[in-house]
Design a protein around this ligand. Structure first.
Ligand SMILES: *[C@@H]1O[C@H](CO)[C@@H](O)[C@H](O)[C@H]1NC(C)=O
Ligand SMILES: *[C@@H]1O[C@H](CO)[C@@H](O)[C@H](O)[C@H]1NC(C)=O
Ligand SMILES: *[C@@H]1O[C@H](CO)[C@@H](O)[C@H](O)[C@H]1NC(C)=O
Ligand SMILES: *[C@@H]1O[C@H](CO)[C@@H](O)[C@H](O)[C@H]1NC(C)=O
Ligand SMILES: *[C@@H]1O[C@H](CO)[C@@H](O)[C@H](O)[C@H]1NC(C)=O
Ligand SMILES: *[C@@H]1O[C@H](CO)[C@@H](O)[C@H](O)[C@H]1NC(C)=O
Ligand SMILES: *[C@@H]1O[C@H](CO)[C@@H](O)[C@H](O)[C@H]1NC(C)=O
Ligand SMILES: *[C@@H]1O[C@H](CO)[C@@H](O)[C@H](O)[C@H]1NC(C)=O
Ligand SMILES: *[C@@H]1O[C@H](CO)[C@@H](O)[C@H](O)[C@H]1NC(C)=O
Ligand SMILES: *[C@@H]1O[C@H](CO)[C@@H](O)[C@H](O)[C@H]1NC(C)=O
Ligand SMILES: *[C@@H]1O[C@H](CO)[C@@H](O)[C@H](O)[C@H]1NC(C)=O
Ligand SMILES: *[C@@H]1O[C@H](CO)[C@@H](O)[C@H](O)[C@H]1NC(C)=O
Length: 802
């Protein structure tokens, strides 16, 4: 939203102001007018200033690669950061299970002393207390005979058994990895990075001839020959650790560039779980491709279908963001709309994003379409209309947060070719007629589909902005040009899908239409309709759609009815944005607490990373797969709250790359007494603090502080009022004068002693006119029914792309 229409959008308030303005406020209003003129001028004259701007932006983009050595916003919230300080040496925290011939298993735990001994038949399942990833290493004090261990892994406590969980879709669990031990340090081979696990099972087979797994021959080759294996093997371990190679971009994985803190402990944990999920899903490009049956398309491997390893090269560069930690460990465009902004506001690892986008563009097909996913896909024309467009949204997000206009310029031609592919599919109906059934493994993607159409609407708006960033005055990007005209046709086209009886829109104009043989009123498409802004801001149906989506929520979240039995954190991440888009921030936060809270504390959760999806009854199987243990419990597309809390609840939204201009539109919501957070770019820190207070005469009051970097500007919208920000700290307070009537005090000094951004992290209001509201209590939320699984629909789904 770079251009002035966004600035003109009315704020949600219905507030009446009747305060006599002090003179400094009048002068601020004057400056606001100037600033509006400046912003509008910058858009109009972008072509003129572009050369200089480009040079500057290119210099800035170099800074993007220089990530900070320490957290940019240090504070008490750092205790929520899950990334381990020493990721090369992660020790287990607890014994989940010990069985058979095992002596003193806790010796190898963090802080343990002495040694643990396993004899034939001994099995220990270790718990790392959080999802982690990497290569397992053992310090062996002594071995007797040809000892080998069978290793299995599980992310979820549900599969923390001797069999572990699954990577591929062919068998309920993976084969165990057999690993021979010798004295000293033993680490599994470099290919055997298990990208996501909280539990590790080690078992010393009772039968020395056992051969039901696959072998890591890197450690002790003689053991692979069953005839050379003797009975009576034992091993004594003094240490067990995991060497994690995820998130390679920053040597200090705790050097976060953003933060979040609020009166809700659940939201705080959710925000940091999202950030950590994104870190664990960011990998060394030569350590990818854990779904080896996909790899076979390219490398022709004949590995057993239930074996696994992760040594496939999925991109160029040194670090790349992928869909998930355990699997697929591939570049997936579905991550570009949720994961990329999440990365931008937490670790600012934009290099990993750029490498992912480069991979997708490197595999652009001759007809301009972009691959469904990066290698091993992209070789046999795997394609999805929606994922194609997510890649284009990834370009926008990358450029907005990195400021890398040089990269945009290099890819701009190919971007516009790709955009034409989507535009060409909008037919006379004004809807996009999709040609591929592939999407996020939801069913029914075909025909004139609402989700695809609404995503295209968003892509078109953002393409116009991108052209503005580049100062490209091509006719397509002009008012009335191809891009905005296509948007107009889409606005007219979606009317065919309206289903007023339900207050929602239908999935397509074919079988899934309103009143059709298989009517579907999808979560994804209705969410996209709102978040892309397809319906005009004044359209009363917007609130209706938001309310209708909410009315379907179950105890564990909203059903994604377009993919039966599924609660999808991916589709729900779009629903969060949809409620915010219509100004119902209360509902967005309520959904985070309900659903993402469950995703941490519910049975079968890792309580540290966010899973790919789950069943409507709350169980952790993801119905898109034949085998429930295949679910990924660390999936970047599930991290919606990490971006939404900062960009929509605290409301820090960039309107130009790097935040050179921004709109700040904070919302405390009824669920929070205190909420604050921020993120940074190479220009500096953007942050917002919002607190419930008690004003004079025990009146309800709120204070707001906004921090922006110097040399940036924009508008703060709050409680029905607006003002400029021009860098530095802005303090605003308001109190309820009489029912419904708020008094706003702009840039007030009536509270607080936070003088500049160096004390930003401290937490004191001083003893001014406003006092902390210690009596505040969080409202209670409604109870909802548990969804019922339709088991007749839980059946093998053929993976569409193969
Ligand atoms: C972890 O792995 C890296 C690279 O694979 C290696 O350089 C390092 O020595 C390992 N550290 C430990 C403690 O195993
Ligand atoms: C392993 O170490 C133990 C204890 O130090 C020693 O007794 C044994 O001979 C070593 N075995 C091998 C194969 O090196
Ligand atoms: C190790 O294997 C040898 C050869 O099979 C056997 O004689 C010996 O008893 C085994 N050691 C133990 C401790 O069982
Ligand atoms: C990956 O690991 C598998 C299993 O060890 C091996 O067969 C394959 O050659 C390796 N591929 C590469 C590229 O190293
Ligand atoms: C690396 O870049 C080259 C040149 O663009 C490209 O041909 C190759 O496919 C890329 N590798 C991957 C894994 O994307
Ligand atoms: C853009 O597409 C052209 C033609 O397909 C190709 O040669 C070029 O390498 C692409 N550029 C990028 C940056 O991917
Ligand atoms: C996209 O399509 C429009 C209209 O058909 C055409 O004018 C334009 O040249 C196309 N752009 C590219 C990059 O192919
Ligand atoms: C709003 O939704 C309700 C059903 O929830 C419906 O009765 C009403 O007609 C809808 N209004 C509009 C404007 O679509
Ligand atoms: C999850 O971890 C938090 C600490 O981060 C703890 O307070 C909570 O009890 C844990 N939940 C479960 C279900 O173990
Ligand atoms: C708030 O906005 C109203 C109109 O929307 C305006 O009359 C009033 O002066 C503003 N107050 C401040 C403090 O800016
Ligand atoms: C708010 O007041 C502080 C001094 O208290 C000043 O430094 C800052 O520039 C002001 N901000 C705005 C936007 O006027
Ligand atoms: C389960 O789904 C099938 C197929 O759509 C449908 O016929 C059946 O009525 C559903 N059962 C229940 C209990 O909803």
């Amino acid at each position: 939203m770079a251009s002035s229409p966004a600035l003109a959008r009315p704020e949600d308030g219905n507030t009446i102001y009747k305060y006599k303005l002090p003179s400094f406020i009048n002068s601020m209003i004057f400056r606001f007018a100037l600033s509006l003129a400046f912003v509008a001028g910058a858009v109009v004259t972008a072509g003129v200033v572009s050369t200089q701007a480009l040079l500057k932006e290119q210099q800035d983009s170099l800074l993007v690669q220089e990530l900070p050595a320490q957290a940019v916003f240090p504070g008490p919230w750092d205790r929520y950061i899950q990334a381990p300080a020493n990721k090369a040496h992660i020790r287990p925290k607890a014994i989940h299970l010990s069985n058979g011939d095992v002596v003193n298993p806790s010796a190898v735990l963090e802080g343990g002393l002495g040694s643990s001994t396993l004899g034939a038949g001994g099995n220990v399942i270790f718990d790392f207390a959080q999802n982690i990833g990497g290569r397992v290493c053992f310090q062996v004090a002594s071995v007797v005979n040809n000892t080998f261990l069978a290793l299995t892994y599980s992310e979820s406590p549900t599969y923390a058994t001797v069999d572990g969980d699954a990577t591929n879709n062919n068998k309920p669990t993976d084969l165990p990895l057999y690993f021979g031990l010798r004295n000293g340090t033993n680490c599994v081979g470099t290919g055997f990075i298990r990208g996501g696990f909280r539990f590790l099972s080690i078992r010393l087979p009772l039968d020395p001839k056992e051969d039901k797994g696959f072998w890591d021959t890197s450690s002790r080759e003689s053991v692979t020959d069953a005839s050379k294996r003797d009975p009576g093997a034992t091993v004594s371990l003094t240490e067990l650790w995991v060497n994690c190679t995820a998130f390679p971009s920053n040597p200090n994985p705790r050097a976060y560039t953003g933060y979040f803190s609020s009166s809700s402990n659940v939201l705080n944990r959710v925000w940091y779980a999202g950030a950590y999920t994104l870190q664990l899903s960011t990998i060394v490009p030569t350590q990818g491709g854990a779904s080896i049956d996909y790899n076979a398309i390219v490398d022709g491997n004949k590995s057993p279908v239930d074996s696994w390893y992760s040594n496939f090269t999925i991109s160029n560069g040194t670090s790349v963001t992928t869909d998930g930690a355990k699997r697929d460990r591939m570049v997936w465009p579905g991550d570009m709309s949720i994961a990329v902004p999440g990365i931008a506001v937490s670790t600012r690892d934009m290099v990993s994003v750029r490498n992912a986008l480069d991979t997708l563009f490197a595999h652009q097909y001759g007809d301009g379409s972009l691959p469904y996913a990066g290698p091993p896909m992209g070789t046999i024309h795997e394609f999805s209309d929606t994922y194609h467009m997510h890649s284009l949204l990834g370009v926008y997000n990358y450029v907005l947060y990195s400021g890398d206009l040089g990269w945009l310029e290099d890819h701009w031609y190919n971007y516009t070719v790709a955009l034409n592919v989507s535009i060409a599919k909008v037919d006379n109906s004004g809807l996009m007629h999709v040609t591929s059934t592939a999407d996020w493994l939801r069913s029914g993607m075909s025909g004139h589909n609402i989700e695809a159409t609404a995503i295209l609407y968003d892509v078109l708006q953002k393409s116009i902005e991108l052209a503005g960033f580049l100062g490209d005055d091509r006719s397509e990007a002009q008012p009335g040009g191809l891009w905005s005209k296509t948007g107009d046709r889409i606005r007219a086209g979606v009317e065919k899908l309206d289903c007023p009886r339900a207050g929602l829109f239908a999935d397509n104009s074919e079988d899934r239409r309103c009143g059709g043989s298989d009517e579907v009123l999808p979560q994804d498409g209705n969410s996209w309709l709102l978040l892309a802004g397809v319906l005009a801001p004044s359209d009363p149906r917007r609130l209706n759609v938001s309310k209708s989506l909410k009315s379907r929520w179950t105890k564990f979240g909203p059903p994604a009815v377009e993919a039966p039995n599924i609660i999808s954190p991916f589709a729900s991440s779009f629903e969060l944005q949809a409620h915010c888009a219509v100004g119902d921030h209360d509902t967005a936060v309520e959904l985070m607490e309900l659903m993402w809270g469950y995703m941490l504390d519910g049975p079968g959760m890792t309580n540290s990373t966010l899973l790919e999806g789950y069943r409507i009854d709350g169980s952790v199987g993801y119905p898109a797969y034949t085998h429930p243990a295949r679910n990924s419990h660390c999936h970047g597309w599930s991290t919606g709250p990490t971006m939404v809390l900062l960009t929509s609840i605290l409301g820090i939204q960039f309107t130009a790359p790097l935040g050179r201009s921004s709109i700040i539109r904070p919302h405390r919501t009824k669920w929070l007494n205190h909420v604050e957070g921020g993120y940074s770019t190479s220009l500096g820190k953007f942050a917002v603090k919002l607190k419930g207070m008690i004003g004079k005469g025990a009146r309800e009051a709120e204070v707001l502080q906004v921090l922006t970097p110097t040399d940036t500007s924009g508008t703060v919208y709050w409680g029905g009022n607006q003002t400029v920000h021009n860098g530095g700290v802005l303090k605003v307070a308001r109190y309820l004068d009489s029912p419904g009537q708020w008094i706003t005090l702009l840039n007030t000094t009536d509270y607080g002693d936070e003088k500049d951004d160096t004390t930003w992290a401290t937490d004191s209001e001083g003893d001014g006119e406003f006092l902390p509201d210690t009596a505040w209590v969080k409202p209670s939320s409604s109870e909802r029914e548990v969804g019922v699984v339709n088991w007749s629909l839980i059946k093998p789904i053929v993976v569409e792309e193969l």
